[in-house]
Design a protein around this ligand. Structure first.
Ligand code: HEC
Length: 204
């Protein structure tokens, strides 16, 4: 092999190691629901954060920081075809909460019509997404929710030529404790929340 092919091989090897590490950094269940309908197929709803009153689940426009929640409680994300839009997922508990806050929150955006398909991506077909899931330690600051106990990350999406309007679920688990290998019902305590998200593609 010539020098340039060795460089190519080692670059490829580095990339695949990075991809593997990144994949392992996520809790295995978050991205891979397999044939399960949602997180509560495996995880119990047994934490102290079950009430909606102190729970914060929001999706903001990453630039304006405005909530994308409609009057009916459904989040609407409109994007021009071929363009990117970045939203910010915010998950946690309000400042006024009297119970000890969760330690780690995890969430997943999923088009449930894709669950039964063999498609690797369970996001809406035709839509590209950089980070449809995450698991994160509580402690992010979001100015709209000062003093709250939150996790927050941006997600960028792009409707390609094949994209249609679609409906997603934002499935979220507020958690604390240490999970036990292969035992979703031991160690970790969790509460499950779900929100509807409508994706709309705008054609010029
Ligand atoms: C098929 C069963 C299954 C489903 C569905 C599932 N999980 Fe899990 N999850 C597990 C198991 C088992 C563990 C324990 C850790 C392990 O086995 O590696 C776990 C662990 C976790 C942890 C703790 C990871 C850590 O580092 O301590 C989080 C957070 C989590 N899951 C979030 C989710 C979320 C959010 C969903 C839904 C979007 C979900 N899980 C769906 C089985 C599942």
């Amino acid at each position: 092999m010539g020098r340039s092919s060795w460089v190519a091989v080692s670059v490829l090897a580095t990339i695949s190691i990075l991809v593997t590490l990144t994949a392992q950094a996520y809790p295995p269940g978050v991205g891979i629901l397999a044939k399960n309908r949602s997180c509560v197929s495996c995880h119990p709803n047994n934490g102290p954060w079950a009430d909606e009153a102190h729970t914060i689940i929001d999706i903001l426009d990453a630039t304006t920081k405005q909530s994308l929640e409609g009057a009916d409680g459904v989040f609407v994300i409109e994007v021009s075809r071929g363009q990117t839009r970045t939203v910010q997922t915010v998950i946690g508990r309000s400042r006024e909460d009297t119970v000890k806050p969760p330690q780690r929150n995890a969430w997943l955006y999923i088009d449930t019509t894709q669950l039964a398909t063999s498609s690797l991506s369970k996001f809406a077909p035709g839509w590209e997404v950089n980070l449809p899931m995450s698991c994160r330690v509580v402690g992010d600051e979001v100015s709209a929710f000062e003093g709250a106990h939150l996790t927050s990350l941006p997600m960028t999406i792009l409707p390609t030529g094949a994209a249609r309007d679609a409906e997603l679920e934002l499935q979220a688990l507020l958690t604390a404790g240490e999970s036990v290998k292969n035992k979703a019902a031991e160690g970790l305590i969790s509460n499950y929340f779900v929100r509807k998200v409508r994706l709309k593609v705008i054609d010029p």
